[in-house]
Design a protein around this ligand. Structure first.
Ligand SMILES: NC(=O)c1ccc[n+]([C@@H]2O[C@H](COP(=O)([O-])OP(=O)(O)OC[C@H]3O[C@@H](n4cnc5c(N)ncnc54)[C@H](O)[C@@H]3O)[C@@H](O)[C@H]2O)c1
Length: 367
């Protein structure tokens, strides 16, 4: 039977999904049948002009009305405010759901989505898998598993950009990114899902404590920032403690900025008693470095290994990995408990900032 995929929301990311789905057929597979709907007729019409091979529907209910096939997939590609409601609707129609990041607006919504998935006996996946399954990250996991770094005692995950605000410098047409009632938050909701996915993939924690956290919205002279009062954080940081499967715990310094006045920086590094490793956790252009530091006869030694990444492109990963998971194949897809756990860590950072109190998120069940 032909694979069927349905997209709700015909905006910027839907175009990337459609291109990724079209590319599936270049690997010898039959191209899935793709349907799409959008709340705004103009957005739907523009999409139809760009992708004439895609079936369009005036609303979600009519699109999901046809009887479901066992492996049907719905991609929820709207702003976050609609993720929970539309995902639950899609589960009730008997379909698997791949939801855009961030998974939801808050923890209660994410729990509701997971509950609806379980009730329907379907998979809930999150598109925070865009940088999952990279060879660089796999190499780091192997170093940790083989004890090559000794006991890990410090992790730095620092990603700072000076002017890269979504809704201002990037995709200024989608101002909703700056409105928390629609986006759920700022750069922590926008980029945090990828950061947390990278950190949890590398370290595989069973529990995460948020010990301290802060956020800010730096002022700039950009005319768009003056025009619409900015309501979301563009710079966020947290002191986390990751509890590992071997019973150990490691402190994680986390920082993400889409806007800051200090310098730009990217540091993705684990330090252990026997060595340290830094790695390219994005591999934008299909290549990335693994930087190892250790000690040979009392001298610090640094080795840089460049690897070619053969995983699907970053916009292809979410659907490729999710279709693997739906078919029961092993895949780096971020689904079910894992998606809820990762999202729970983001929510705990916000809760720590809001309450001033430490928070704990435990991974439930096995994934
Ligand atoms: N733009 C990117 O580069 C990018 C990258 C990765 C992930 N995402 C994520 O994808 C999601 C959508 O972002 P975008 O950039 O495509 O936004 P967008 O503003 O380009 O498009 C969103 C579309 O959703 C439609 N929509 C809103 N509510 C709807 C509803 N209830 N039912 C049907 N359609 C509805 C809007 O009319 C609009 O066409 C967000 O969660 C975002 O974080 C975006």
């Amino acid at each position: 039977m032909t694979q069927r995929i349905y997209i709700i929301g015909a905006g910027a990311i839907a175009g990337h999904h459609a291109e990724a789905i079209a590319r599936l057929s270049t690997t010898g597979e039959e191209r899935p049948e793709l349907s799409i709907t959008d709340a705004h007729p103009a957005a739907l019409a523009a999409f139809a002009e760009r992708f004439p091979w895609v079936k369009t529907y005036p609303d979600t209910a009519s699109m999901l009305n046809e009887p479901a096939q066992a492996d049907d997939v719905v991609i929820v590609a709207t702003p976050p405010v609609a993720h929970a409601e539309l995902s639950c609707l899609a589960f009730r129609s008997g379909r698997h759901v791949l939801c855009e990041k961030p998974l939801a607006m808050n923890k209660a919504e994410a729990d509701r989505m997971l509950g609806a998935a379980r009730e329907a006996g379907k998979l809930l996946g999150c598109c925070s898998s865009r940088f999952a399954g990279l060879r660089t990250t796999a190499a780091v996991k192997t170093l940790l598993a083989e004890g090559k770094l000794g006991r890990p005692y410090r992790v730095n995950w620092i990603q700072r950009r000076q002017r890269a605000r979504t809704g201002i410098e990037y995709q200024p047409s989608s101002r909703w990114f700056l409105q928390p009632a629609i986006s759920g938050g700022g750069t922590l909701m926008d980029w945090g899902p990828y950061d947390i996915a990278g950190l949890t993939e590398a370290l595989d924690p069973v529990r995460v404590d948020v010990l301290d956290a802060w956020m800010a919205d730096p002022l700039t002279g950009h005319p768009l920032q003056a025009e619409v009062p900015s309501e979301v954080e563009q710079h966020v940081g947290a002191t986390l403690r990751f509890h590992l499967t071997d019973g150990g715990a490691v402190p994680v310094h986390y920082e993400r900025a889409a806007c800051c006045h200090g310098g730009e920086r990217s540091l993705t590094e684990i330090e252990g008693t026997a060595g340290a490793v830094g790695w390219d956790w994005l591999c934008w252009d299909g290549q990335g470095d693994i930087v190892r530091h250790d000690d040979t006869l009392g001298e610090p030694v640094t080795d840089v290994i460049r690897v070619t990444d053969d995983s699907p492109g970053l916009m292809d990963k979410p659907i490729v990995y999710f279709l693997d998971a739906v078919a029961g194949r092993t895949s780096p897809a971020i689904v079910g408990d894992r998606a809820a756990f990762n999202f729970g860590i983001l929510c705990a950072i916000y809760d720590c900032i809001r309450t001033g109190e430490p928070q704990t998120v435990a991974r439930e069940g096995a994934y």
